[in-house]
Every structure is written in C-alpha cells, then in structure tokens.
Design a binder for this molecule. Sequence first.
Ligand SMILES: [Zn+2]
Ligand SMILES: [Zn+2]
Length: 214
Amino acid sequence: MPAWLADTNAYIVANESGGLAVVVDAPPDPERVGAVVAEHGLAVAGILLTHGHVDHSGGSGALAASTGASVHVHPDDDFLTLHPAEQLAAMFGMTPPGSYDLPSCFESLAHGQVLDLAGLSFEVRHTPGHTPGHCCFLLADQETLFSGDQLFAGSVGRTDLPRGSWDDLLVSMREQVMTLDDGVRVLPGHGPETTIGRERRSNPFAASWEAAST
Ligand SMILES: [Zn+2]
Ligand SMILES: [Zn+2]
C-alpha cells in the first residue's frame, strides 16, 4: 500500500489470513498498516526496513510498540534510521504529521543472512548506493524481490541524498539484483511492481549498470 507523503509502499507478507506476517518498510502512518493487519487477523512477527530514510522507517517504532515485532535494518544506515527529526528538518523544514518514535532496539541486518520470520525465508542482499545501508529482500520460494529504493519500474533510486553513491548503486544492481532470473517479481519502495526481465530489457539505466566495474 502507498502511504504517507512520499507514497512509500509498505508490504504485508503472510502465508495465510489469521497467521503471522512480516511487514517490509514502515511509513510514518503505521495505523494504515495496522488496519490491514487487523482486517486479515494477522500477527506481525517482524518489520524489515530496506533503508533508513524516514518515509520507509519512521513508522517502525509505533508499529513495533503495537505488535511486539522485531525491527531489522542495516547498521550502515544508523546515521539516518536513528535521526528521523534531522531528516524531516532537511526535507521539509518542519515536522509533518506522522509517527517518528524509534523502536526500543533495532536488529542488525547483514549481507547474505537468511531471516526466517512468520514461516517465510528472506535472504538479505546489501545493495549500497541509494543509501550506504540499503538492502533488498529476496523471498526465494516465491521468486519475489522487495527492492526498496534500489530499483523501480523504469527507473532506479536517486543518489544525490547524503552518502548516496551512483557508482555503488550500479555495482549493487549488477552484482546483487540483475543476477536474479528474469521471472523474479520486483516489489519496489515506490510505484508499481515489475520483473527483473522487464527491467533488464527496458530500464533506461541498464547499459550503465552493465558497464559498471567492481
Ligand atoms: Zn529512500
Ligand atoms: Zn523512498
């Protein structure tokens, strides 16, 4: 569901209604996520954050408080994740409506780790570039990638924000994303879903990441 001012997608992943769920990204209006969770009788076991930008992480504290779920993010984004107020000041010069409380603790993600939550296995792929701690999450069983702000339908994440790196983003794309099969479904942090194959064929930045050197 697209949520908050930035139309950030939050994904609620579960094997079945009435069971456990994982939430991927927590925009600062977590009550909307909570409403869908309640509608399907789900219990949230974990919250995975693709990166520390406030539109993806701001609601994680409130959602964790209301569900008891653990919150997972890569420590290279601590300079963002732990400082939502500074991000809001830089973005808006004020604090827009939303929830920005931090969870009591964050669990650290590491590249290559497999997180077993709610009966689902998420492989963590560290994809620096948009931010230094950005991660994509691969649900291998379902051939589905949660791509955050690394890859969008027809575009890629911006790298002009603090500690962004265009070179790193291209290497992440070549080494960690485009190694996946064409049929893999891609669920991005903004906008509609796509597939690896479609982006390999038609993304305007494909030539750039193919030429990226490691
Ligand atoms: Zn972002
Ligand atoms: Zn975003």
